[in-house]
Design a protein around this ligand. Sequence first.
Ligand code: XIL
Length: 377
Amino acid sequence: MLRTLASLAAAFCLLFTGACSAGPAPLRDAYRPHFLVGTAVNTRNYADENSEEARLVKTHFKVLTPENIMKWDALQPLPGQFDFRAADRLVEFARKNQLYVVGHTLVWHNQTPDWVFEGEAGRPPTRELLLARLRAHIDAVLGRYKGRVQAWDVVNEALNEDGSLRDTPWRRIIGDDYIEKAFEYARAADPAAHLYYNDYRLESPSKRAGAVALVKRLQIAGLRIDAVGLQGHVTLTQPSIQEQEDAILDFHRAGVKSMISEMDVDVLPSTKAWGDADIRLKEAADPAFNPYVSGLPPEIQSQLATRYADFFRMYLRQRDKIVRVTVWGLNDGDSWLNEFPIKGRTNHPLLFDRQNRPKPALQAIIDATKESRNAVR
Ligand code: XIL
């Protein structure tokens, strides 16, 4: 009924005023009965509330993840000196527009200032000192945004490909339990917040097993973890839908929900392993690796749409195990994949193009919800 009214209104708008852009139906509305949809945002996306980008954010998405401004280097660049200005603006934009925010991220080995891992006289800090810094950071940040940032990526990318714990300063200085400590401090600082572990390539069986083990460790320690974020940096061909679905099922069996936290579909060639999102990776520029500078050819555009739809059909099938799907950027011009792992390329991994026009992929994932409605009937 509501849907009929909405389409009547849209038809009226087109016929009699000619003023309204027809555009696709809001993505977030299509997915409202199933799971939340979100986007990563940079500060330009919402600097002007009336810009086209801000309008797209508000229309199509319900959850925002700040792409950079809640990382440690942005929030506490110097010991004890917090800079909340940018994060405050984001949180205010979200509040005004009734959007949720996922804080990204509390504990990571990247985008963390050197001072965090420095002690006296050029030596590393003691375990106690680094734990105190971690607690102070978490207390200050979660304390400030209590009730306004609903969820946190507590620990980011702590695992190696073989499922073992990554060798990072956090682990070297504190020990393996730095993960438990981070969850403990976050839970204490904001008991109502949802807390996540987030990583890339969790579709790979060995890494996935490591993540399941990590979830179990937290549970045994009596710490609640609400979901695992599969970053979902995929390509046109890898991983298979089945591999990602298997990961979601494994996490479900371990007692946690999944989310796709940073989805994008890389359409450019690369020599790195699919899904490897280690931001320190760099590859040399080569024009052969940048084939779509003047636009995405229609056949690749349609492959991209099919690929997105295939994933979202699976998410719909597993909707009881999925909290949210977030795309990592609003439009193709914003995407970090224009700079990673090769600088200065023209990638096309998202749902809106460089002119903020919806791509066929957007319509394809909206249409996927109609198929699933028919299937249920
Ligand atoms: C990326 C941002 O998109 C870039 O703007 C920044 O230069 C580097 O970090 N995994 C993560 C994200 O968890 O924080 C990373 O974001 C992409 C990989």
